[in-house]
Ligand binder design. Structure first.
Ligand code: ZN
Length: 189
């Protein structure tokens, strides 16, 4: 019991330290910030990509890699890991206390001070590359016939080759983000 109490106390102390550090380090960035997300934040990374943010994410990034990428590429480090965030070389970060991806998303948007999301569904959700418009004929063999017959516009990923089209997923994503962000940021969709 003594150990558990000590661990809780240490965790509480780290949380306080990180909040104090965040208050000093934070500040609205000019333009849309770029991010690197820790291994626990895969779903948050996906939501940020849906919104158009440039987010590096891999479930294989080590703590050292996260810190190095954040520093070298000027990316805001997103993390729930207080042991990582207390490290002295970590300066540009957002501490996510919630475990819920959408609550995390809202916290990120509030922390950046942005008044609008970058550009919805312009980025590959799997690999983060910017999607390029692609002719319908070129994707014909790669998509279900129903989709081909009902959608005119397509985009594809130059990195992994995935094909995207505006459909019910897009409508659902827009609705979710609107409900979530009502009042704090515009959604251009
Ligand atoms: Zn891709």
């Amino acid at each position: 019991m003594g150990n558990a109490a000590t661990r809780r106390e240490a965790a509480r102390a780290r949380n306080e330290l990180i909040r104090a550090k965040a208050a000093v380090c934070a500040g609205p960035a000019a333009g849309a910030p770029r991010f690197v997300a820790d291994v626990m934040l895969g779903r948050l990374a996906k939501w940020l990509r849906i919104a158009g943010f440039d987010v590096l994410y891999s479930n294989r990034f080590s703590d050292d890699e996260l810190v190095r990428i954040s520093r070298l590429q000027d990316r805001v480090l997103l993390s729930r890991d207080t042991r990582l965030l207390v490290r002295r070389e970590v300066k540009n970060f957002i501490f996510l206390e919630s475990q819920d991806p959408l609550t995390q998303f809202r916290h990120v948007i509030e922390s950046t001070g942005l008044s609008a999301l970058p550009a919805l569904l312009t980025r590959c959700l799997s690999c983060n590359r910017i999607l390029v418009p692609t002719e319908r004929e070129k994707v014909r063999d790669a998509i279900p016939p129903f989709v081909y017959s009902t959608h005119a516009r397509y985009k594809s990923c130059p990195g992994c080759g995935k094909i995207f089209w505006a459909g019910t997923h897009r409508d659902a994503a827009v609705r979710t983000l609107r409900d979530l962000l009502g009042g704090i940021a515009d959604i251009r969709a």
